[in-house]
Design a protein. Structure first.
Length: 365
């Protein structure tokens, strides 16, 4: 039996109220995503984005994304910033202002694992996978939101190797005074390069390869996926090489304006991209395997250990000036120490305990 006040409403009235309720529910219009792919609509990033759009449509959440391809990352990021796109897919260099936690996954040396005097690439990629898994979990959702922006995916791009135009640049000491391409959007690169006494030369993702190929810089950092499409073999020539000492493991990140998407979209998207990790790694492993054997330059095991310590010290210094997120570095260290508990770093509190106040950032010319 309905209460008296409710029994007075006729069926037609109930229907009208129901229609009003439906009308007041949020109606999500199609969203637009700016997708950076240096190759354009035929490139792997854009292709992966198309698969993502289809996967999100199948969830029936009200997500129906229209993709816009960009071969200039700066323009893609600017269009997102100005509100012309509701989402963007870019490298972490451009996603950093929207979420420093996620971008810190790319911190120098933070996912690099050394075993028995060599870089253990599979273990290094596993550190990265575990980090992405942590940040794709529901428990990390608050960390993935910054103001109205949310991380909607972290995707591996591969190890960033030092690529030199002369094999004589075979150590940190030999790099002193050399010209190294530094993306002008990323202050970390300037800090890291000046720290070893080299010259940072302003560049961006659209021109760093041409500067290397044309002899305007001596060193760049790039993943194996870039070797063929950016024709890096031209800059390597007969004297250059690729050093088997990855400085970082790069990621591609998806950022959304969460006000333009239904609640829960960010988490679903992060979990989708986590599920694509091995597929993406297949492309990365293939690209690394196809690099000509003659271009590799091995690093002595004693130097590897020393370089990893240098990267660790640099990471702490960079975090102390606010360019890396300390919470993310703590997560990454715990993953490393879970995988290699006997490493000397695991007896130290570095990257677990931090000073109360950050130091002032050094002046960068």
């Amino acid at each position: 039996m309905l209460p008296a006040t409710l029994s007075r409403f006729r069926p037609a009235t109930w229907l009208a109220l129901g229609l009003i309720g439906l009308a007041s529910a949020p109606a999500w219009s199609a969203q637009t995503a700016c997708v950076f792919d240096i190759i354009g609509t035929t490139g792997p990033a854009y292709s992966a984005a198309k698969d993502f759009v289809l996967a999100m449509q199948k969830l029936n959440m009200g997500v129906d994304i229209e993709l816009k391809a960009y071969t200039d990352e700066r323009v893609a990021a600017e269009d997102f910033r100005s509100g012309q796109c509701d989402a963007m897919a870019v490298t972490s260099f451009r996603s950093k202002p929207y979420n420093l936690v996620a971008a810190t996954v790319d911190a120098i040396g933070a996912t690099t694992m050394e075993r028995n005097g060599k870089i253990d690439m599979e273990a290094s990629y596993e550190i990265l996978r575990k980090a992405i898994e942590v940040f794709a979990s529901p428990g990390a959702s608050k960390l993935m939101v910054q103001d109205k922006y949310e991380v909607a995916g972290i995707v591996p791009m591969g190890a960033a190797y030092p690529i030199v135009n002369d094999r004589k640049i075979n150590s940190v000491e030999a790099a002193a005074g050399k010209r190294i391409a530094a993306f002008d959007v990323d202050k970390v690169q300037n800090m890291a390069i000046t720290r070893i006494g080299a010259q940072p030369i302003p560049a961006d993702i659209t021109n760093f390869a041409s500067k290397f190929n044309n002899g305007l810089v001596d060193v760049i950092f790039a993943p194996a996926l870039a070797y063929k499409p950016l024709e890096l073999y031209k800059g390597i020539g007969t004297k250059g090489a690729i050093s088997r000492m990855p400085i970082t493991f790069l990621t591609y990140q998806i950022i959304i304006n969460k006000n333009k998407f239904p609640a829960g979209t960010g988490l679903k998207a992060r979990q989708y991209w986590l599920g694509q990790f091995e597929t993406t790694m297949g492309m990365i492993r293939k690209a690394e395997a196809e690099l000509p054997a003659k271009v590799w330059m091995e690093i002595p095991s004693a130097d590897l250990v020393r370089y990893i310590q240098m990267l660790r010290d640099g990471r702490v210094e960079i975090a102390e000036v606010g360019l890396y997120d300390k919470r993310a570095l703590k997560v990454l260290k715990r993953i490393r120490c879970d995988m290699k508990p006997n490493d000397s770093e695991c007896t130290s509190s570095a990257e677990i305990e931090w000073p109360d106040k950050p130091k002032a950032a050094p002046a960068i010319n």
